[in-house]
Design a protein around this ligand. Structure first.
Ligand code: FAD
Length: 469
C-alpha cells in the first residue's frame, strides 16, 4: 500500500490531520491500535468525563438548587448504572462518528500497532500478530499521551482501587471516601463528579495552589468555591506512598517543604498527577527520531522531526495537552504536507475546567505578564452584578481582562462562572484579531446574558469603570 500520508494514532490530533489531508487531495491512511477511533479524548478523556460531569451536575442540582427555583423534585435517586450507560452511549456515538468521517473522506483505517520502519515505511501489527506494510511519502506521529505516575513513588494502578482517570470514569459504586492525588484539571473534574454523587473527596496537591499555571486570582477563588462545595484540600503536600489494603488504600504524604508525614485512608485513590507523551514501541530510536529533554518527540516550528518526511503533533509534542491544540496542529500539518502554510497561534489556545462553575482562560496570566515585564491594565467584573446570573442562581465568579497598558490590546482573559467554557470564545476571537479591551467594551452584547459580564470587565479595563457597579 502506498500513501502520501500515514498518520499513527487516531486521537483529535491524528484523525483531524487525516481528514484535512484527505480533503486537500492527499492519499491518506490512519493507524490505530485501539479497537475504536478517537484516541484518549473520545474514548477515555474529554467526552466520557463531560458526560459524567453533566449527568452528575444535573443530579446535584436536583438535590440542591432546583427547589430554590420552585422546582421540587424531592430527594433524587442515583441510578449509577444508567449514568454510566449514558456515558458509554455518548462515547460510542462519537467514536462511530469518527469512523464515519474516515469513510466519508476516503481515509484508509488500519487497526493495529503502527511502527516506523524507517522514513516512508510503517508496519502495522494487528491483534492476530500479522504485519501489514505501508509505504508513504510522509508519516505523522500522533500517538498522544498516557497516565504519568507519581515521581519517586511506586504505585500499582489497578484501575479498581487505585485508579487513573480511565478507572475513575467507570467506578461501579460511589466511593465513601475518594482521595485525588493532583489538583490539576483532570483531578478536579473527576473529583467533582464523585463528590456530587456523594463521595467525600480530598485532593492532595504538591503545590500551594490548584490548577498550577492558571492565573493565581482565579485558582485561589476557585479553590474557595470548591471548599464551599465540600471538597477537602491538602495543599503543599508531597505524596510519598500509596498502599493498597484489603479494602481501599492509604495515601501517605508530607509537607513539600519538610515536616511530619500524614496518612489518609480512602476506598478509592485517583492518581491524577499528569500525563506523559506516548512514544513506546514506535521504532523512533531505530528511525533516528529525536526526543526532547522531557521525552516528547522533538519538532521544529513546522512540526517536522529531525528526520525528513516524519512529523509529530498533539500530546506527544511540546505544548498544552489539550484536544483542541492537537486538532489545530492536525489541520496545520495537513496543510503543510499539501504545500500550504499551516499555522497555529499558540498565544490564543483557550483552556477550560468543566466543573461547576467552570473556569476558562485564554492568553497570559497576570503572573506571566509580571515576569515578562509587560505593563498592563486589568479590569474585573463579578457575576453577582449580572441580572441573568441572578435569574439563574449562578452568581459565583468573575471575568478578568488583562490588556497591554500602551496599546490596550487584550493579552489575557480569565473567567470563573457558569458557562465560562462557552463565554471564553468571544475573548479568543477578539485576541485572534488583535482586538483591544475598548473594542470589546464597545461591542453590543445581548441583554440579559452572562456574556455581559465580559463587556463590563472590558469597560473596567478600557475606561477604569464598568456601568453596573
Ligand atoms: P490521543 O487522543 O491520546 O490519541 C492517541 C492515539 O494514538 C490513541 O488512540 C492511541 O491508542 C494511539 N496510538 C498510540 N501509539 C500507537 C501506535 N504505535 N500505533 C497505533 N496507534 C497508537 N482535553 C481537552 O482539550 N478538553 C478536555 O475536556 C479534556 N478532558 C480530558 C479528560 C481526561 C480524563 C483526559 C485523560 C484527558 C482530557 N483531555 C482534554 C486531554 C485530551 O484527551 C488530549 O489532549 C488529546 O486526546 C490529545 O490528542 P492526541 O491526538 O494528541 O492523542
Amino acid at each position: 500500500m502506498s500513501y502520501d500520508v500515514v498518520v499513527i494514532g487516531s486521537g483529535p490530533g491524528g484523525y483531524v490531520c487525516a481528514i484535512k489531508a484527505a480533503q486537500l487531495g492527499l492519499k491518506t491512511a490512519i493507524v490505530e491500535k485501539r479497537a475504536t477511533l478517537g484516541g484518549t479524548c473520545l474514548n477515555v478523556g474529554c467526552i466520557p468525563s463531560k458526560a459524567m460531569l453533566h449527568a452528575s451536575e444535573v443530579f446535584h442540582e436536583a438535590g440542591h438548587s432546583m427547589a430554590a427555583l420552585g422546582v421540587n423534585v424531592g430527594k433524587p435517586k442515583l441510578d449509577l448504572k444508567a449514568m454510566l450507560a449514558h456515558k458509554d452511549a455518548t462515547v460510542k456515538a462519537n467514536v462511530d462518528g469518527v469512523a464515519f468521517l474516515m469513510k466519508k473522506n476516503k481515509v484508509d483505517v488500519f487497526t493495529g500497532a503502527g511502527k516506523i520502519a524507517g522514513a516512508g515505511k510503517v508496519v502495522v501489527t494487528g491483534d492476530d500478530g500479522k504485519d501489514e506494510n505501508l509505504e508513504t511519502k510522509n508519516i505523522v506521529i500522533a500517538t498522544g499521551s498516557d497516565v504519568a505516575g507519581i515521581p519517586g513513588v511506586d504505585v500499582d494502578i489497578d484501575e479498581k482501587i487505585i485508579v487513573s482517570s480511565t478507572g475513575a470514569l467507570e467506578l461501579a459504586k460511589v466511593p465513601e471516601n475518594l482521595i485525588v492525588v493532583g489538583g490539576g484539571v483532570i483531578g478536579l473534574e473527576l473529583g467533582s463528579v464523585w463528590q456530587r454523587l456523594g463521595a467525600n473527596v480530598t485532593v492532595v496537591e504538591y503545590l500551594d495552589t490548584i490548577l498550577g499555571g492558571m492565573d493565581k486570582s482565579v485558582s485561589k477563588q476557585f479553590q474557595k468555591m470548591l471548599e464551599k462545595q465540600g471538597m477537602n484540600f491538602k495543599m503543599g503536600a508531597k505524596v510519598t506512598g500509596i498502599e493498597k489494603g484489603k479494602s481501599g488504600a492509604e495515601v501517605t504524604f508530607e509537607p513539600a517543604k519538610g515536616g511530619d508525614a500524614e496518612t489518609l485512608k480512602a476506598d478509592i485513590v485517583l492518581v491524577a498527577t499528569g500525563r506523559k507523551p506516548y512514544t513506546e514501541n514506535l521504532g523512533l530510536e531505530e528511525a533516528g527520531v529525536k526526543l526532547d529533554d522531557r521525552g516528547r518527540v522533538a519538532i521544529d516550528g513546522h512540526w517536522k522531526t529531525n528526520v525528513d518526511g516524519i512529523y509529530a503533533l498533539g500530546d506527544v509534542v511540546v505544548g498544552p495537552m489539550l484536544a483542541h491544540k492537537a486538532e489545530d496542529e492536525g489541520m496545520a500539518v495537513a496543510e503543510i504536507l499539501a504545500g500550504q502554510k499551516g499555522h497555529v497561534n499558540f498565544d490564543v489556545i483557550p483552556s477550560v475546567v468543566y466543573t461547576e462553575p467552570e473556569v476558562a482562560s485564554v492568553g497570559k496570566t497576570e503572573e506571566e505578564l509580571k515576569s515578562d515585564g509587560v505593563e498592563y491594565t486589568a479590569g474585573k467584573f463579578p457575576f453577582t452584578a449580572n441580572g441573568r446570573a441572578r435569574a439563574m442562581l449562578a452568581t459565583d465568579g468573575f471575568v478578568k481582562i488583562l490588556a497591554d497598558k500602551k496599546t490596550d490590546r487584550v493579552l489575557g482573559v480569565h473567567i470563573i462562572g457558569k458557562g465560562a467554557g462557552e463565554i471564553i470564545h468571544e475573548a479568543a476571537v477578539l485576541m485572534e484579531f488583535g482586538g483591544s479591551s475598548e473594542d470589546l467594551a464597545r461591542t453590543c452584547h445581548a441583554h440579559p446574558t452572562m456574556s455581559e459580564v465580559v463587556r463590563e470587565a472590558a469597560l473596567a479595563t478600557a475606561f477604569g469603570k464598568p456601568i453596573h457597579m
